[in-house]
Ligand binder design. Structure first.
Ligand code: PLP
Length: 376
């Protein structure tokens, strides 16, 4: 049987071998609690602080600006809950941001959702109009998890700062694919999740610019400089530090490889199935993301047939898989309900090959017309 082809890297990535090897000592013999004063504890503490330095270096930050969390979701929740005033965000954010905003609205905090254009880019003009002296935080993602569109974060940060508001960006999908540097982006808060770039699941971080006023998040012990309590996930944190270092080291080569494969797959699909819609086309996109709609079909049916053919893809974001609600991102870029329901997301990783793109294209070339003939 042919090897399976994994094309769902926006959902999660395989853990890198070097990362696993770096973590293993802390899952086997090195079980110390990083807060303990004995030698076992000191070994764990050293490893956590080394990972913090690695993470800081990868982002162009200082180690005391890095707070480890349980992932992107927690970091987004923390960022938005730790500030006051109106929230200005976009209508294409991940649910980790959107559902947090809805919860804030229920407590009486005003939230403004910025529109996007047909390729998923937030309009600068609408941000200029929305952000005011009442705004406490502007939160817009660096890159979209469904269609890959890159957002104009530097310009948005400038607008936020002009009104003395904070700027937060969810860079969960961007890191490792495009440069993510907190100085260049001029952000005050930034969220990452390790498993999106070869690290372990359940570990993330929130970057907080020194001097930013923000609230303690989890009450309890003294960990993370008393801002986020709970015994540190030492192995996870070590893995995250290593994965960040490797992602930055390999980014240029990996991004070029993924872009080549994505373009090859996109061209092949459009040649074989010319009525395919490419969602997010026309914008600057993440190099490994391809989101397409096959008009007349359910993305879910294509996904299931691909799975049977040995290919792992996604219809919309993994968090909404299983629910039949059309993607809020695709509706926001102007796709109809039917077009949104017909979508399939293929996200490429560093280990994919040209041959896998060709096999995927051939599989789609068979599956799509077959499903259409069954509907006719
Ligand atoms: N933000 C974005 C843009 C994401 O794509 C994801 C995961 O899909 C998250 C946040 C949440 O990350 P995690 O599930 O690791 O907490």
């Amino acid at each position: 049987m042919a090897e399976r082809i994994y094309l769902d890297h926006a959902a999660t990535t395989p853990i890198r071998q070097e990362v696993l090897e770096g973590m293993l000592p802390f899952l086997q013999g090195g079980y110390g609690n990083a807060s303990s004063v004995h030698m076992e504890g000191r070994i764990a503490r050293r490893a956590v602080e080394e990972a913090r330095r690695r993470a800081a270096r990868a982002l162009g930050a200082d180690p005391d600006e890095i707070f480890f969390t349980s992932g992107g979701t927690e970091s987004d929740n923390w960022a938005l809950n730790s500030t006051e005033g109106e929230v200005v965000t976009s209508c294409v954010e991940h649910h980790a941001v959107l559902h947090t905003c809805e919860a804030l609205e229920r407590t009486g905090r005003p939230v403004c959702y910025l529109p996007v254009d047909g390729s998923g880019r937030v309009s600068i003009q609408s941000a200029e109009e929305a952000v005011s002296g009442q705004t406490g935080i502007v939160s817009v993602m660096t890159a979209n998890n469904e269609i890959g569109t890159l957002e104009p974060v530097r310009e948005l940060a400038q607008i936020a700062h002009r009104h003395h508001a904070l700027f937060h960006t969810d860079a969960v999908q961007a890191f490792g694919h495009i440069p993510v540097n907190v100085e260049e982006m001029n952000c005050d808060l930034l969220s990452l999740s390790a498993h999106k770039f070869g690290g372990p699941k359940g570990t993330g971080l929130l970057y907080v610019r020194r001097g930013t006023r923000f609230r303690r998040w989890v009450q309890g012990g003294e960990q993370e400089r008393r801002m986020r309590a709970g015994t540190e996930n030492v192995a996870g944190i070590v893995g995250m530090g290593l994965a960040m270092e490797l992602a930055v080291r390999d980014m240029e080569a990996d991004a070029a490889h993924m872009r080549r494969l994505r373009d090859r797959l996109e061209e092949c699909i459009l040649r074989a199935l010319p009525d395919t819609l490419v969602n997010g086309a026309g914008a600057e996109r993440l190099p490994g993301t391809l989101n397409v709609s096959f008009p007349g079909l359910q993305g879910e049916s294509v996904l299931l047939r691909l799975d049977l053919a040995g290919i792992a893809a996604s219809s919309g974001s993994a968090c909404t898989a299983g629910s039949l609600d059309p993607s809020h991102v695709l509706l926001a870029i102007g796709r109809s309900r039917r077009e949104a329901e017909a979508s399939l997301r293929l996200t490429i990783g560093r280990e994919n090959t040209e041959e896998e793109m060709d096999r995927t294209c051939s599989a789609l070339t068979e599956i799509v017309p077959e499903l259409r003939s069954m509907r006719a």
